[in-house]
Ligand binder design. Structure first.
Ligand code: GLU
Length: 293
């Protein structure tokens, strides 16, 4: 039987329209575009606008204008995550049905006071790689009758992955192939470091983690090129891919744009948006030099 043709390399740049694009975004977009070209592959743009409270049409228009100014072209139609909530909800439901996700009823304030009370007793409380405290296990340990009663009452809740149970269902090694600017090779994933991650909130029906793995698989993404700030989050993505039976791209986490002393650029340190730099008369060549391309 003839071998099936190799899948064409497919890259994507996936910004969230919740603010202007800055130099770090420019580096990501340009690297994706150039790597796609070099591989004779495809370059897709995906708008990650699940957080409808923070994303705006103006920021989305700004993304198109900035990328066009940088000289990039992308395939149409652009996938906008806000148009696909039904798909993310279907995936979430499949995890609920398997008992791998539970409704989490504590508000942010309640979590804060729970953790503060615990720490006041002198004990340490675990935090995830972003420094966020783990969610108290109380909801996870509720009886199903108790849980059902709360659900029936219509009280607001999020849905969290039961990390312990999820990991129990995994038989093989959880790892990914990394070709980026930090650690390289086969990287062992450590999703447990994140605790019971949120997969859906009452005000945003899907989380970044859930939507990103579904879309990367649906769009046939073979290569994820993004900043090193998302390196550790890849552990969650790899776990979700296994749980949902999704394909796994190769990951390339690239260096972050720094201020010359190795620190990540902050707005106050002159990290103006691309549009602002453009308005100040900077050329694309200047911008490329500024980000080390
Ligand atoms: N939407 C994410 C962001 O703007 C990027 C997601 C990704 O590249 O996986 O930070």
């Amino acid at each position: 039987m003839a071998a099936s043709p190799r899948q064409r390399s497919t890259f994507r740049f996936a910004p969230s329209p919740n603010g202007p694009l800055h130099l770090g975004h420019a580096l990501s977009a340009l690297l994706n575009h150039e790597m796609a070209r070099a591989a004779d592959g495809r370059f897709l743009l995906r708008i990650e606008d699940i957080d409808q409270a923070r994303c705006t049409p103006e920021f989305e228009e700004g993304i198109y204008a900035d990328l066009a100014w940088l000289g990039l072209d992308w395939e149409e139609p652009v996938r906008r995550q806000s148009e696909h909530f039904v798909e993310y909800e279907g995936a979430l439901q499949s995890l609920v049905d398997r008992g791998l996700v539970y409704p989490a009823f504590l508000t942010r304030g309640e979590v804060r006071s729970h953790v503060a009370a615990f720490k006041a007793g002198g004990a340490a409380w675990p935090c995830d790689p972003d420094g966020m405290p783990f969610y108290p296990p109380d909801d996870r340990d509720r009886s199903s009758a108790d849980r059902q009663e709360l659900l029936d009452s219509g009280i607001k809740h999020a849905w969290r992955l039961d990390m312990r149970r999820a990991l129990e269902t995994i038989s093989g090694r959880l790892e990914w192939t990394e070709t980026g600017d930090g650690l390289r090779g086969q990287i062992a994933a450590d999703p447990a470091a994140w605790g019971d991650v949120v997969l859906s909130r009452s005000d945003a029906p899907s989380s970044y983690h859930l939507s990103v793995v579904i879309d990367d698989a649906l769009q046939g993404i073979t290569d994820v090129v993004r900043g090193l700030d998302l390196f550790h989050a890849t552990s969650i993505h790899v776990l979700l891919q296994d749980l949902l039976g999704l394909t796994r791209p190769v990951y390339h986490h690239h260096r972050l744009v720094t201020d010359g002393t190795g620190r990540k650029l902050a707005k106050s340190e002159g990290d103006a948006g691309i549009a602002e730099l453009r308005a100040r008369g900077i050329s694309v060549a200047d911008l490329r030099r500024r980000i080390g391309l």
